[in-house]
Design a binder for this molecule. Sequence first.
Ligand code: BGC
Length: 733
Amino acid sequence: MKRIITLLFCLCGFGIINVASQTVTEEDFISNLLKQMTLDEKIGQLAQYTYRGNFTGPDGANIPKEEYVKQGKIGSMLNVTGIKEIHRFQELALQSRLRIPLIFGLDVIHGYRTCFPIPLAEAASFDLAMIEETARYNAMESAADGLNWIFGPMVDISWDARWGRVMEGAGEDPYYGSRVAEARVKGIQGNNLADTATVMACIKHFAGYGAPTAGKEYNSVDMSLGQFANFYMPTYHAAIKAGAATVMSAFNDFNNIPSTANDFLLNRLLKQQWGFKGFVVSDYNSVEELVNHRYAYDKKDAAAKALNAGLDMEMVSTCYLTYLKELIQEGKVKEKTLDNAVRRILEKKQELGLFEDPFRYCNPARSAKILNSPEIRNASLRMAERSIVLLENKQSVLPLTSQVKSVALIGGLSKSQNDMAGAWAATTDRSKIITLYDALLQKGLEVNYADGYDLKSNRMTDLQKTLQAARTSDIVLVAVGERANQSGEKAAKVDISIPEEQQRLVSELKKTGKPVVVLVMCGRPVIFNEIKEKADAVLCTWWLGSEAGNAICNVLWGTYNPSAKLPMTFPAHVGQIPIYYQYKSTGRPTSLKQTYTASYIDYSTEPAYPFGYGLSYTTFGYSDLNVLPGKSPDIHAEVSVKVTNQGQRTGEEIVQLYVQDKVASVTRPIKELKGIQKIQMEPGESKTVTFPITNEALGFYDNEMNYKVEPGEFIFMVGGSSNNLQQITFTLK
Ligand code: BGC
């Protein structure tokens, strides 16, 4: 903020303020601008409206948007896309008295024009460099088409796969989720917001949105502060420390106060304690929804409660626009509070370079060069390969060999460009998506296709044709799962099982005696016990985006040896939810042999597939687990382990470190992930992997949210899945 910059040109250019000297600090610039703003103009900066369509909710703002922009009554627009439209809106903003440019935001969740795997799939790669790279490309394509703000990453931790929005996050673990959050923020924002290849990130949804009661969308969230601090808060905090420019408040209430008007969350935790300097935007209509929460009497009360709690910008609803002036005149909101919110927004406009050149993101030549470029598509392919999780591979039926000349391809999902794009890909060029069907044909294979089941009713169709396709082919590939729009926002489910007849179809196909490989296409953990039992191989292929088909083929034929692991537990029964690896011991620890323990009388407590699980075409052995003294004061110890590629193929392993605090002053989980390393090894090669043990690996938050590291015994566990670990103990003096 203290950087001295030459602003004479731009200030005069905008006719905003008179400056005596050639140089002015950025801070002075904003202060001078604020001094010139009327109350209406200030309030206008806090308003964000949607354009065209209802997108994620009704457009309650019944206002002439273009006219309001011209009058300086709007600070930001969402859902304006394409350089032409963005340019047009920006021109309107420059007709306002103070010529303050607009910020343009959009949900770019997994790619703008090029489509990347859904975020949960990317998280399965455990490849932080690659995750940062795709985030960088998301930003680059968005910025090339005029945008300067994307509403992501979503960093909500969730233990509940019924909640459809798990597809947008990084899964269940706060340590790993924090690393993904940092990578995505770095990728989206780079080092400099003014760089026209970057945009602002928006951390959402603050806070606890991933823990709605019963997995129901938009439902209440209630948890102890200790639970919040240890499991749900770390990802938001990590993203803020990584420099995220903006934060979105969540729809839900949090400990009985809606997040959008939650003084504890916004003013105290985010702004005061964490020192967040950016601005907070509400979620879609969530200021007005304070009335539905029955936390505000009316829209006016909602405006006062939200702004006083630290909510800077209102998305879509018009409570601020309509009532803030009155509220300030009545002394119910202080003008200082308004100024603080306006300042935060103007500062970001300045950091984006919009005062210098409001059209800097609207360059058609750059757009033509970047959108859908081969370089970005190539990244989409690499990411998609790294996101596919090999769940079953009985008798090593995979990888397929060149002996396979004909393939029975079953299931409409395998040829649906619409579904392959995933749930949140509004600006993606769907016609350019390579489906599995396309990719198999391009490989020159004989493809005997049959629908197998109806995509709407999920009932089997023409079983004889399907079985005939299988009998006349070398191998059977079956695409099962859910449609892309069955996960994402407003897609909560009470049953996350793959439909019964899809599962039975796999059993029928198995009777032909042909090897059956199942591709599970989904946006969340799904349940498929019959398939698990019957299929020869199962791959979780999520929704993989532009290069989905090619990536799946590369994994099927072993051009890419699968390396992904599950970032979220796959339950065996919907009644086990919420299910997660970091549960607590309880006073009556789960036991298969004893009754009166933490368990069920009618089902196992074991998931179908645990967190961190995923197979490869090779196997890895772990040996020589050791704890060595730390080499610096911040490092208490170093855990090392030797990992050996025991198979015949080059492969990548995700080495995982978990920690258990044996006894603590609050109850702690049986294990918590505290380190990951992705390594590549040739057949027969061994590598020693070392994890530093810092305070972060040993500490926790107590019930008053104080971070503590307590001396005593710890168990360090290392391995390639949360349920298959070697362990060693360590004492912190
Ligand atoms: C979602 C947000 C999204 C916003 C704007 C809301 O319904 O919860 O994640 O950014 O809409 O589209």
